[in-house]
Design a protein around this ligand. Sequence first.
Ligand code: 3SK
Length: 517
Amino acid sequence: VSPPLIEIPRRYNAAHDLIARNLQAGRADKPAFIDDNGSYTYADVARRSARFANALGKLGVLPEQRVLMCVHDTIDFPTVFLGAIRAGVVPIAVNTLLTQGDYEYMLTDSGARVAVVSGALLPLFTPLLGKVPTLERIIVAGGRGDDSLAALLTYASDDFSTVETSADAPCFWLYSSGSTGAPKGTVHVHASLIQTAELYARPILGIEESDVVFSAAKLFFAYGLGNGLTFPMAVGATAVLMAERPTPDAVFARLRKHKPTIFYGVPTLYASMLASPDLPTREEIPLRRCASAGEALPEEIGKRWARHFGTDILDGIGSTEMLHIFLSNRLGDVRYGTTGKPVPGYDVRLVDEDGKPVAPGEAGELHIAGPSSAAYYWNNREKTRNTFLGGWTRSGDKYHQDADDYYVYAGRSDDMLKVSGIYVSPIEVESALIGHEAVLEAAVVGKEDDDKLIKPIAYIVLKPGIDATPELAAELKAHVKGCLAPYKYPRWFEFVAELPKTATGKIQRFKLRARSA
Ligand code: 3SK
């Protein structure tokens, strides 16, 4: 395992660094964030975060205690996230699309005393006050009343001396969901945010001070947090925030209005954008970099995007546990259909079920070692031990290397299908299906046939205006048989309106498996 490439001082506060570096560089008056209501300079971010840090003190929240934040992408997100970190308090940014039961679990598990919640989500949280014993107060982001974040900020002082923290101290958490079991509070330390910016954003993405960035992936997701907060702040760029759901139309409106130079999305979004008649022309938007993660980017989508915009999509993979992307394509070296090569500063290995390195070309589980790895899972020794192995972190993703050493995604370690005694990668079958002109999205899982033998079943989302017919199913079957080894074709086809996905765009195969059982 390589030594870290970037040294971080022992006494280090991540939020202080991200703010102070911009003020010291003379960027106080430069827009740091633009949301649907306005534009906020680096000085505004410094002031707002200082006010929130002071407000937490007034509420009696102490360093190392937790604040849960369920906040849409507006200026309130950086205010709360950075303000808490400056106060030595640990923010837990959670997915805004979950159920009341999920939030109850996270509040109970984390013991957060305060929750900051976007107004629209308040009905899910109010019943938890009194039910979750540790929860004392809910602050409403976006509102105007006595309980609002706006009121708290109005009455707090701008003067705040950041609490001294250690580079290795818990800084923030994100909840990571597996295919089974309760979500895990993933504890990240102060040094990790800047490591992801220095290892991935600067050298691989090539982000610069002059960039305007827009991430369709939300800030509560590790991918979005780096894209829309850490990376622009690390270099003094400007980030566009969007509270709305990232539909193609919502994204197009921001692209046209703010003209970002860097865009970050997930493959499903790229595919829907390309399928839309309202896709902006390359002349309308000065895009110079695009990134994708969350699921493997189909080759065809990457190529069509690059042809349309004249800019490649840099497909990569990261994880909540590693905080951001550790394997990626890079500028001038994009091989669509692969996730590229390791980001310098990270080591990767492919291992078999016994933890032994696989033979060249064979698929194995991807393990990663690098300086942005989470410290542990809160309250979960067993899963911590199972995931964090010495310096290595298990990803649960299967990869193989092609003849030129590019990494090719082969599904989750538990997704591979054994059909007639031979492994079939559902991803490979999906890519073949997506290559058919009628198919927008496809997901393949295993289903038992009459003999209780596993065979592939395909769930298909068709492009708008195309009818689901038995003839089309037969055509798709023939298409896959024509592209892949004959045993790999799906034995059944189900046409669906949409695929079940996590907030980050990953297909929830376990739901499809349950549906096909
Ligand atoms: O899903 C991913 O590929 C990803 C990328 C960056 C950060 C976090 C995640 C989960």
